[in-house]
Design a protein around this ligand. Structure first.
Ligand code: 5AD
Ligand code: SF4
Length: 446
């Protein structure tokens, strides 16, 4: 009998998608997938290394998994994802109870690694590239939600921002053929999925080797054409994340304006409001370039929700640089903002930059920016009260048995009373109350 496998996922949506893909491959090879480490013969941790704290979590978790099963010699532990790719076989010395190290492009070869461990090799690793013809199939049962599906369109990153480990952990950009993406969207639609997220480190850098699937769709870039091609499938809601400022062509907004099923939400990380810091970050855009890009977003004939990422306390960031970030945030009026304290990543250029900002200062800047954003966000959210939003009902609320929760097309969390019969439906919700990060409302009769 084949073993039971449990996969635990940390980090970004790309890891969620890799877990779905790995689980599909394992099930097709005869493995059973289970929902808890306690029931599993093989525990796989799909890891994130974007910041130090995420990376440390892996080692804590390996210890916990092993400690829960003292003396169980049959338990196989594997580390997949970004930490596996970056640290490689040194994981075996840092955590001697680990049996497998599975790189970010080895998700389709896990079953043969497990077999090798079962046959007596106690330490196996695969840090190789994806095979030329490896499939992207995901079984519906492995999807993280029955209503919302992630579709990777581009893997890796060529941007090499000086702080970021992703180009090293995920390799160069590789775009998936558009015909495959469109076919997957059609398949998901016929299975009843209501929403897809086109995902990638930089979706708008999408550049497939061949044009298949984009014929007949207009647009200034392959990504704009892909958006139109995916919209033409009639999938009810299409979101995409993450976009890269330098490649953010105004035609993306035009495509959204022309297709109501392209959702009204754009995630466009800026990282800093200071040109000096942006240059040291090697972002390839200045403050003014970014503001120009979002001008088209702000003046669109649809009200587009705009969200961003910012790093505070980058090496050499002065108080004046930070003031410029605050000023930019006030100008952009983001619907939501992810703020991160700079975390040094070994192997990146910024790791050797001088003038590190002390932790206490990083923390102070984090809190100040958070306060500024909170005030802006509360105002934006309050403007939704009285409005009706189209909401995809995703699940029961974890806070209340009588409440349901879903997302609006503008990617806001919306809570409202209702029964589970509504799950998977797209309904109108009238907003009655706004909190900082979520909205509350009531279902409007159809
Ligand atoms: N330190 C802090 N934040 C980081 N990010 C990426 N690398 C680092 C780092 N070394 C943030 C960026 C990115 C988001 C996914 O994570 O803001 O957009
Ligand atoms: Fe990292 Fe920059 Fe690539 Fe984003 S664009 S994944 S921040 S290197």
């Amino acid at each position: 009998m084949k073993s039971k496998v449990y996969i635990e996922t940390f980090g970004c949506q790309m890891n969620v998608a890799d877990t779905e893909r790995a689980a599909t491959g394992l099930r097709q090879s005869g493995y059973e997938l289970c929902n808890s480490a306690d029931d599993a013969d093989v525990v796989l941790l799909n890891t994130c290394s974007v910041r130090e704290r995420a990376e440390r979590k892996v080692y804590t978790r390996i210890g916990e998994v092993r400690a829960a099963r003292p003396g169980d010699r049959n338990l196989v532990i594997g580390v997949m994802g970004c930490v596996a790719q970056l640290e490689g076989e040194s994981i075996f010395s840092n955590a001697p109870t680990v049996n497998m190290v599975i790189g970010t492009r080895a998700t389709d070869r896990i079953s043969s690694l497990i077999e090798r461990v079962r046959e007596g090799e106690r330490k196996v690793s695969d840090l190789g590239e994806r095979g030329e013809h490896e499939g992207w199939d995901v079984l519906p049962v492995e999807r993280h939600s029955p209503h919302v599906a992630f579709i990777p369109i581009i893997e890796g990153c060529n941007k090499f921002c000086s702080f970021c480990i992703v180009p090293y952990s995920r390799g160069r950009e590789r775009s998936r053929p558009a015909s495959e993406i469109v076919a997957e969207t059609n398949r998901l639609k016929s299975l009843g999925y209501k929403e897809v997220h086109l995902i990638g480190q930089n979706v708008n850098s999408y550049r497939p080797r061949i044009e298949n699937g984009l014929e007949g769709f207009s647009g200034a870039t392959p990504f704009c054409r892909l958006l139109r091609a995916v919209a033409a499938t009639g999938m009810p809601r299409i979101k995409f994340t993450t976009s890269f400022p330098r490649d953010f062509h105004p035609d993306i907004v035009t495509a959204i304006e022309d297709n109501p099923n392209l959702c009204d939400w754009i995630h466009l990380p800026v990282q800093s409001g200071s040109d000096r810091v942006l240059k040291a970050m090697r972002r390839g855009h200045k403050r003014a370039d970014y503001l120009e890009r979002i001008e088209r977003v702000k003046t669109s004939n649809r009200r587009l929700s705009l969200t961003s990422d910012i790093i505070v306390g980058f090496p050499g960031e002065t108080d004046e640089d930070f003031r410029q970030t605050i000023d930019l945030v006030e100008q952009c009026r983001y619907d939501s903002l992810y703020i991160f304290k700079y975390s040094k990543r070994a192997g990146t250029p910024a790791a050797s930059f001088p003038d590190n900002v002390p932790e206490s200062e990083q923390k102070a800047r984090f809190l100040e920016l958070e306060r500024v954003q909170k005030a802006i966000q509360e105002k934006i959210y309050r403007e939704y009260v009285g409005r009706t939003l189209s909401v995809l009902v995703e699940r029961q609320s974890s806070r209340s048995e009588t409440d349901l929760v879903g997302h609006s097309t503008c990617h806001k969390v919306v809570n409202f009373p209702g029964t589970s019969a509504l799950e998977g439906e797209i309904i109108d919700v009238e907003v009655t109350e706004a909190k900082t990060n979520s909205l509350y409302g009531v279902v409007r009769a159809a």
